[in-house]
Design a protein around this ligand. Structure first.
Ligand code: ANZ
Ligand code: ZN
Length: 864
C-alpha cells in the first residue's frame, strides 16, 4: 500500500540515494548509441547557489533526462569556474587563502546541486583551480607560443589604480573600474596576447552554420568581430625623403579628394616621437591617458587635439596636409591614424570646425552647410564632386578607381579590417593560472619544460591588497633557468579566467586523463549538442570558446570545428523590490518576505507595509534578483520547504526558458499542490492502475472512455511538440490537463484508461520532477527505473474522434449543436437533432416539412 501523504524530503533523499548507489548518471562512450552532450555553463563558486543557477541547471536537466528516455547516450557534466577576483577579495576581508575559500564553497554548492537532483555525471567534475586542470592551460599556452598564436607585445591597457590590475574593455564602465569605481588610466605594458584575429574570418563565416543559435547572439558576435571592407592608404611624410609614411585605414576611399588633414592617435609612434622634443605635445598625450580605452569612452569625450608641426603628402595630388594628434583616433583600431574628411565624417567635421581646419565637399549634397552637420553628408548613395577625374562616380566605382590608382603608385590598396583585437590574457593577479615562463638574465624568456608542468600556484598565500603576493613569494619566484641552470625568476602574471572556461567542456570528456589534454573521447562527445547559459556570455565567453576549439583543431587535438551546436540563453529570474528612503537620501532595501502588499483588482501592487512594524514601504517594481536589492530568494529554503521537485516544477512552469521569470510565492505553492494532487491520485487509484496494465482493445471501449483517452493523447501530442520547442511551461500545462482528464475515483472498467494515462503523466513529468515520478513509477509497478523508461508517444488512433458534432438549424438558422457517434445512421442523427432542447422550442407547435441531413456537417429542420 502507498503512503497516503506526499513527503518530498523523504522521497527525494531516498531516490537520490539510489541514483548515487547505482551510479545512475555515469556516462560511458558507446558507439552503438547516438550520443547527446548536454551542458550548462559552469558556475563560479561564490558561496551558495542562486535562483539563476537553479533555473539554468533545471533547464539542462530537463533536456538531459528527456533525451535519455528517448534512447540517447547522454552526458551532463558539472564543474567550477574557480579562479577569479571574488576569492581574492574574500581573502582580503577574512584573511583566508583563496584556495580554502574556493574549495569550501565548492563543497557546499555541490551538496546543494545534489539536493536538487540533477542527473550529473559527478565522476567528471572539475574545478579550474585544480593543478590537474590548469596544467593543460599551461601546456596549451606553450604550444600556442611555439606557433606564434600566443605572443608578447606592449599594449595600451586599461589600468585600475586601486585593484592594481589591467581591466578588459567591458570592465570599464563610464571610464571607471567596474569593481572599484576608480578612474581608469591608460598604461603601456608587455603582455601576452592570443592571436584570435587570425581566426576572425572563420569565426565570422561559421556563424552562418550555427542554426541552433539565437539570431540575436549571432548578431552580437558578428558585430563584435566587426568586419569592415575598406582600404589602407599611405600618406608620405613631407621633409622625410619620402621614407616615412602615415598609414591610415578608411572605409571611404572614395572621399580621398576631400581629405584635408591627417590625424594620429595619442599613442601613435609619430606622436610619441614628436613629444620627445615638444613638451606641449607630451602634455597633451599625458592628459589623454586619462579615461578608458573603450570606444564608448572615446566617442563621448570632447574631441581635442593639436598639430604636430608635420606635413603629409596627399597620395594622389601631392598637396601638403597638416598632421594632427587627436584624442578621437584609437590606437587599437585600423592603423591608429585617419585621413580626415571633415565634409563627410561627423567626427572630423566637429574637429575641423573646432580648430578651423578646411572642409572640402566631395560628395553631392544640396545646400551643403559646413557649419551644421547633417547625416546625409555621410550617405554612400551619392556621387562624387570636386574630385577631378573621379567626378560622377558612385561609392563603389569611386572606391575601385581610387584604390586602383593608389595601388599603381604603391600608396595603398583595398583591405579588410576587423574590429576584433587580439585577446590579451595577462593579468597581474594572484588567483589565476600561472603563465609558465621563466625570466633568465642570460637566456631571456624561457618556457617551463613540459615535464615540469604544472607550475603550481601556492595555495596558502593570502593577498593583502598590495598587489600580487606572488611577487613577494621567494619559494615561487626563485627558480633555476631550464636552459643555463643559472638563477632565474618565474613569471608572476596569471591568465585571464576566460582562458579557463574556453575549453572546460572538452576536458569533461577526458577528465581522468593525466597524460593528455584530451583524448579520443572528445571526438565521441563533441560538439556539445545543447549549451545553456546566460545571455551575458553571448559575446566573450562564446567567442573565446569557439576560437580555442578551432586552435585545438588546428593543432590536431580535436575534430570539432565548432563547440556548441545548439545554444539556449535563459532569461533572468526577477522579484519585487521594496525600499525605504532613510535620512540623507540613503535607500534601505527590504526583502520581499518581510513585506505585506495590497493589490488592486488587476493584481498590481498598490501599497506595501513592513510586516514587523506595519510601517509603509515603497514599491520599486520588479527587477533581477540581486544581493544589493535584497530581493533574492534562497533556493535552499525553497527546497527545504517544498522539495526539489516543486522548486523545479515552478521554475519550468512559470515562464518559457528564454523569457524572464517572475518569482511568486503563490506559484511555488501551486507547484507543490499539483504534486500533492498527483500523489493523491495515485493513492486513490492504486488498484485500478495496477489492474489496468494489461493490453486493452480500445476499439471496443465505451464512448466516454474513448473521449477521455482522446484528451490524454491530444495533451501528450502537444507536450511532445512543446518539449521539442523547449517550451517547458506548456508541457506542465499538458500534464495538468492529463490529470484532469482522468477519473478521480476510478471504477474497474476505467482501469486501462487510468493505468495508461497515469503512466503517460509520470513519464512526461519525469524530466521535470524526477523524484516523485520515480517513486510513483516503481511503487505502482510500472517498472523499476523511470530514468530509462521508453518515452511516451501519442497513439494516432486515439486522436480519431468517434463522436462528431453537428450543427442543427431550424429554417436555416443556427439553433443548436448535437454530438452523435461517427457511425450513426440518418435516423439516429435525425432523432438526436430533434431531441435538442433549443431545437424543440423552435419546432414546437409547427409542422415539420422536411429534415435535411448533410452527413458530418449539419441538420436543417424545415418547419411551417
Ligand atoms: C575617411 C572617411 C571619410 C571615413 C568619411 C569615414 C567617413 P568602421 O566602419 O568602423 O571600420 N577610422 C579608421 N581608423 C580609425 C581609428 N583608429 N580611430 C578612429 N577612427 C578611425 O570605420 C572606419 C572609419 O573610421 C574610417 O573611414 C575612418 O574614417 C575611421 F566620409 O576614413 B573614415
Ligand atoms: Zn638561462
Amino acid at each position: 500500500m502507498m503512503k497516503d501523504q506526499y513527503r518530498p524530503r523523504e522521497i527525494e533523499a531516498a531516490v537520490q540515494g539510489a541514483w548515487t548507489a547505482n551510479g545512475a548518471f555515469t556516462a560511458r562512450e558507446d558507439a552503438a548509441r547516438p550520443k547527446y552532450y548536454c551542458l550548462s555553463m559552469l558556475p563560479y563558486p561564490s558561496g551558495k547557489l542562486h535562483m539563476g543557477h537553479v533555473r539554468n541547471y533545471t533547464i539542462g536537466d530537463v533536456i538531459t533526462r528527456r533525451m535519455r528516455m528517448r534512447g540517447y547516450n547522454v552526458l551532463q557534466p558539472m564543474g567550477w569556474d574557480a579562479f577569479g577576483l571574488p576569492a581574492e577579495n574574500a581573502a582580503m576581508q577574512n584573511g583566508v587563502p583563496p584556495a580554502k575559500w574556493t574549495y569550501e564553497n565548492i563543497a557546499y554548492m555541490r551538496e546543494q546541486l545534489k539536493a536538487l537532483g540533477f542527473a550529473i555525471d559527478w565522476e567528471r567534475e572539475l574545478a579550474t583551480c585544480q593543478p590537474a586542470y590548469y596544467k593543460w592551460n599551461q601546456w596549451f599556452f606553450l604550444r600556442m607560443r611555439e606557433k606564434g598564436i600566443a605572443y608578447k607585445k606592449t599594449g595600451v591597457v586599461n589600468w585600475d589604480p586601486v585593484d592594481q590590475t589591467v581591466l578588459a574593455n567591458e570592465q570599464v564602465i563610464d571610464g571607471r573600474g567596474w569593481r572599484t569605481g576608480a578612474e581608469v588610466e591608460k598604461r603601456e605594458m608587455p603582455m601576452y596576447y592570443l592571436n584570435i584575429t587570425r581566426y576572425a574570418d572563420e569565426l565570422l563565416d561559421s556563424l552562418e552554420g550555427l542554426d541552433g543559435w539565437p539570431e540575436r547572439v549571432k548578431t552580437m558576435q558578428a558585430n563584435w568581430i566587426g568586419k569592415s571592407e575598406g582600404a589602407e592608404i599611405h600618406f608620405p611624410l613631407a621633409d622625410n625623403d619620402g621614407e616615412d609614411v602615415i598609414k591610415v585605414f578608411t572605409t571611404r576611399a572614395d572621399t580621398l579628394m576631400g581629405a584635408t588633414y591627417v590625424a594620429v592617435a595619442p599613442e601613435h609612434p609619430l606622436a610619441l616621437k614628436v613629444a620627445e622634443k615638444n613638451s606641449e605635445v607630451a602634455k597633451f598625450i599625458e592628459e589623454s591617458r586619462k579615461g578608458g580605452t573603450t570606444e564608448a569612452a572615446i566617442a563621448t569625450q570632447e574631441k581635442r587635439g593639436m598639430p604636430l608641426g608635420l606635413e603629409a603628402e596627399h597620395p594622389l595630388t601631392g598637396e601638403k596636409l597638416p598632421v594632427w594628434v587627436a584624442n578621437y583616433v584609437l590606437m587599437n583600431y585600423g592603423e591608429g591614424a585617419v585621413m580626415a574628411v571633415p565634409a563627410h565624417d561627423e567626427r572630423d567635421f566637429a574637429f575641423a570646425n573646432k580648430y578651423g581646419l578646411p572642409i572640402r565637399q566631395v560628395v553631392a549634397c544640396e545646400d551643403y552647410d559646413d557649419k551644421e552637420w547633417r547625416d546625409e553628408y555621410s550617405d554612400k548613395q551619392r556621387t562624387l564632386v570636386n574630385s577631378g577625374k573621379y567626378d560622377g562616380l558612385g561609392f563603389e566605382q569611386g572606391t575601385d578607381a581610387i584604390a586602383a590608382d593608389l595601388e599603381q603608385k604603391g600608396l595603398g590598396k583595398k583591405r579588410v579590417n576587423f574590429r576584433l583585437r587580439d585577446w590579451g590574457i595577462s593579468r597581474q593577479r594572484f588567483w589565476g593560472c600561472p603563465i609558465p615562463l621563466i625570466h633568465c638574465g642570460k637566456c631571456g624568456e624561457v618556457a617551463v619544460p613540459d615535464n615540469e608542468l604544472p607550475v603550481k600556484l601556492p595555495e596558502d598565500l593570502v593577498p593583502d591588497g598590495s598587489g600580487n603576493p606572488l611577487n613577494k613569494c621567494a619559494e615561487f619566484l626563485d627558480v633555476k633557468c631550464p636552459q643555463c641552470g643559472g638563477a632565474a625568476k618565474r613569471e608572476t602574471d596569471t591568465m585571464d579566467t576566460f582562458v579557463d572556461s574556453s575549453w572546460y567542456f572538452l576536458r569533461y570528456t577526458s577528465s581522468d586523463n593525466d597524460g593528455a589534454m584530451v583524448d579520443a573521447r572528445a571526438d565521441y562527445w563533441m560538439p556539445v549538442d545543447q549549451y545553456i547559459g546566460g545571455i551575458e556570455h553571448a559575446i566573450l565567453h562564446l567567442l573565446y570558446a569557439r576560437f580555442w576549439t578551432k586552435v585545438m583543431r588546428d593543432l590536431g587535438l580535436v575534430q570539432a570545428d565548432e563547440p556548441f551546436r545548439n545554444l539556449l540563453t535563459q532569461g533572468m529570474v526577477l522579484n519585487h523590490i521594496f525600499f525605504r528612503k532613510e535620512g540623507a537620501g540613503r535607500i534601505e532595501y527590504l526583502p520581499p518576505a518581510d513585506v505585506d502588499v495590497e493589490r488592486n483588482d488587476k493584481g498590481e501592487i498598490v501599497a506595501a507595509k513592513r510586516r514587523s512594524d506595519g510601517a509603509p514601504v515603497e514599491y520599486g517594481g520588479i527587477g533581477t534578483m540581486s544581493k544589493s536589492k535584497l530581493n533574492g530568494v534562497d533556493p535552499q529554503s525553497m527546497v527545504e520547504q517544498y522539495g526539489a521537485d516543486a522548486t523545479r516544477l515552478f521554475m519550468m512552469f512559470a515562464a518559457p526558458p528564454e523569457q524572464t521569470l517572475e518569482w511568486s510565492d503563490t506559484g511555488i505553492e501551486g507547484a507543490w499542490r499539483f504534486l500533492k494532487k498527483v500523489w493523491q491520485f495515485a493513492v486513490d487509484n492504486e488498484a485500478s492502475i495496477r489492474a489496468g496494465g494489461e493490453s486493452f482493445d480500445w476499439s471496443r471501449a465505451s464512448d466516454g472512455l474513448r473521449a477521455a483517452r482522446r484528451e490524454i493523447h491530444e495533451a501528450l501530442k502537444q507536450a511532445n511538440a512543446d518539449y521539442e520547442r523547449k517550451q517547458f511551461n506548456t508541457v506542465v500545462s499538458a500534464a495538468m490537463k492529463i490529470l484532469n482528464a482522468l477519473p478521480k475515483q476510478s471504477a474497474p472498467e476505467q482501469a486501462a484508461l487510468v493505468a495508461e494515462g497515469f503512466g503517460i503523466l509520470l513519464r512526461l513529468l519525469a524530466p521535470i520532477t524526477p523524484h516523485v515520478a520515480q517513486r510513483l513509477w516503481s511503487e505502482l509497478g510500472f517498472g523499476d527505473d523511470i530514468l530509462d523508461a521508453a518515452w511516451p508517444e501519442h497513439d494516432e488512433d486515439a486522436l480519431v474522434s468517434n463522436v462528431i458534432e453537428l450543427v442543427v438549424q431550424v429554417n436555416g438558422k443556427l439553433r443548436g449543436r448535437v454530438a452523435v457517434p461517427a457511425a450513426a445512421d440518418r435516423a439516429a442523427i435525425e432523432s438526436a437533432a430533434m431531441s435538442d432542447a433549443n431545437v424543440q422550442r423552435f419546432v414546437e407547435g409547427k409542422t415539420v416539412r422536411k429534415v435535411i441531413v448533410v452527413p458530418g456537417k449539419l441538420v436543417n429542420v424545415v418547419v411551417a
